[in-house]
Design a protein around this ligand. Structure first.
Ligand SMILES: *Cc1c(COP(=O)(O)O)cnc(C)c1O
Length: 314
């Protein structure tokens, strides 16, 4: 696959050892690494930058003057679409479900700062409303939910190549699985055995979605049952701040000074911790945690902020 690409981020992102976190999990000092894709440079960072370099590259090649996308109100993808649109001189329209709620913090506040227009879909299907906005605007490109498509997933082929150059003998990359493009790009480049996805519950049935996108990018057939995905971290569902995510945020903050987000990287780290406990990830292996970002989502999640405040002593 190839397509025009636009430059938005700062690459390569760093790969850092996490020896104090490793020790807390019973691993050796060289056994655990953080691929800092939360430090991508644009708009507070995150994995969506790599996908947007490709999806917006295609949109610009098509002559788009505006971009439209959808997601949850605290969507990191929507925030980075707004940031990228600002950088490129495009208008951005973000279609969210429901109506304006009480809280406009976190990602939503940044959407405003980047000058994006928000359209609330009410009870209607977000995708349908987004199609209408695209039709009204004329020269507008629709960026898929989460930026995930075979085009967007090419950004994670590049992240995988950086990682191989940084740590050729790593064993397993652990990554949050949301709309699927990130895991798909990694699987396309690294093969299904070297990637462990942790489902966040964003999609009802993510495995066929990842398999199809990964196959399209790698120009081969990848079956859903070849993929390694843990699903026990979904808990009561995607928007909830689970106890295991809270425990993961706390541990990583206190051992490495690194912040995870409550929905994606918190669940992914909780899945990594569970995988060490059950022997899926072992001492002597080199495990890489793909830090996909989400810091503004931390401030946009009232439960996560209240939890962090409850940890204050004195
Ligand atoms: C969107 C997102 C993910 C998941 O990536 P997908 O490509 O949608 O599966 C992981 N972490 C963060 C912080 C995200 O915003």
């Amino acid at each position: 696959m190839s397509a025009p690409k636009v430059s938005l981020g700062t690459w390569p992102t760093p790969l850092e050892p996490a020896p104090r976190l490793a020790a807390a999990l019973g691993l050796g000092p060289d056994d655990l690494w953080l691929k800092r894709d939360d430090l991508g440079g644009l708009g507070a960072g995150g994995n969506k930058i790599r996908k947007l370099e490709w999806t917006l590259g295609a949109a610009l090649a098509d002559g788009a003057e505006a971009v439209v996308t959808t997601g949850a109100p605290q969507s990191n993808h929507a925030r980075l679409t707004a940031a990228a649109a600002a950088r490129l001189g495009l208008d951005a329209v973000l279609v969210f479900p429901g109506g304006p709620g009480a809280s406009r913090s976190g990602n939503l506040a940044l959407d405003g700062l980047f000058g994006a227009r928000v359209v609330w879909a009410g009870d209607r299907d977000r995708a349908e409303v987004a199609d209408e906005v695209v039709a009204e605007l004329g020269k507008a490109a629709l960026i898929p939910f989460g930026g995930s498509s075979a085009v967007g997933a090419q950004g994670y082929v590049e992240s995988a190549r950086e990682l191989v150059a940084q740590l050729p003998d790593f064993t397993t990359a652990v990554v949050a699985l949301g709309s699927g493009g990130t895991m798909a790009g990694l699987v396309a480049e690294l093969g299904p055995d070297r990637v462990l996805g942790v489902d966040t519950g964003a999609l009802a049935d993510p495995l066929p979605v990842v398999a199809r996108m990964a196959g399209e990018v790698a120009e081969t057939t990848i079956d859903a049952d070849q993929l390694r995905v843990r699903r026990e971290q979904v808990g009561p569902g995607y928007p909830h701040f689970t106890e295991s995510s809270a425990a993961a945020l706390t541990l990583v903050a206190r051992t490495e000074g690194v912040i995870l987000d409550p929905i994606y990287t918190g669940r992914a780290m909780a899945g990594l911790i569970a995988a060490v406990k059950d022997g899926t990830l072992r001492p002597g292996d080199k495990t890489v945690f793909i830090h996909t970002g989400g810091l503004p989502g931390f401030f946009g999640n009232a439960d996560a902020v209240a939890y962090a405040e409850s940890q204050l002593t004195g």
